[in-house]
Design a protein around this ligand. Structure first.
Ligand SMILES: Nc1ncnc2c1ncn2[C@@H]1O[C@H](COP(=O)(O)OP(=O)(O)O[C@H]2O[C@H](CO)[C@@H](O)[C@H](O)[C@H]2O)[C@@H](O)[C@H]1O
Ligand SMILES: [Mg+2]
Length: 221
């Protein structure tokens, strides 16, 4: 996954299926203003708990944006990048399974179902997904929405090894609740987004401290 070479950047052409940049003009209290925006797809993310192993299921993948952010914020440049100084593995993230809502004929929960199957290999009917939150995934350049779902799986639901579709290279990892708690307690978390922290914290808040049994999700759609 981190065998990455020949890194280069160029300007975004206008036909990107993933994002459209544009400028938004407005007058606020008599002052003319503008804001530079990025139209991106809404998305879903899924907190997955494997009842068989009693572990949370996450995904790892190389994220160009994270790599770029780490390199440039430490004074590096992507021009003739030194891959020894900035090894691509610094851009590998630990995230909730998730993806873009880029199919108009599918609802959020249907997209979530597809992502769990494609990325993690579990075939789960939509009625086993519970919506946990819906929030803005960004409020600066983009104001897209993200819906977070909770889904419990067992080994009986496993259909493939996961790993994504097309060109995706995704590692599926299982994480004990103890390790998940430790990870989000670090304070500085370089390789995970806020929805990951929220999803784990939400799950741990549901988990009864004195019981060995994990409860079914209490929230409803
Ligand atoms: N900008 C881009 N440039 C080139 N190819 C791209 C691309 N974005 C996606 N792709 C391609 O589309 C594939 C599928 O992506 P997903 O639908 O799983 O969305 P992703 O998880 O990247 O992020 C989505 O879902 C997560 C949910 O966790 C959100 O955080 C995130 O904002 C949202 O885009 C990627 O593997 C890649 O091939
Ligand atoms: Mg994804």
């Amino acid at each position: 996954m981190d065998k990455i070479t020949k890194i280069r950047v160029e300007e975004l052409p206008p036909d990107s299926p993933y994002m459209q940049p544009f400028r938004f003009f407005y007058i606020q209290n008599g002052t003319e203003k503008s804001w530079d925006l990025l139209k991106v797809h809404d998305s879903v993310s899924i907190v997955i708990f494997n009842r068989t192993s009693k572990k949370l299921i996450f995904v790892k993948q190389f994220r160009p944006a994270v790599y770029h952010g780490i390199v440039t914020s430490s004074g590096g440049s992507l021009e003739n990048i030194d891959l020894k100084k900035y090894p691509p593995k610094i851009g590998i993230t630990l995230e909730l399974c998730g993806g873009m809502e880029d199919k108009e004929n599918l609802s959020s929960v249907e997209i979530a179902r597809e992502e769990v199957l494609e990325e993690c290999g579990f075939d789960i009917p939509v009625d086993r997904f519970n919506q946990v939150f819906k929030y803005k995934s960004g409020v600066g350049p983009s104001g897209a929405s993200q819906t977070m779902f909770y889904c419990e799986v067992t080994e009986a639901d496993r259909k493939t090894a996961g790993g994504g579709v097309d060109n995706e290279l995704i590692d599926v990892v299982e994480c004990s609740l103890k390790d998940a708690k430790k990870y989000i307690s670090k304070g500085v978390i370089n390789n995970s987004p806020p929805n990951f922290l929220l999803g784990i914290q939400w799950f741990l808040d549901q988990y009864p401290k004195k019981s060995k049994e994990v409860p079914q999700c209490a929230c409803s759609n």
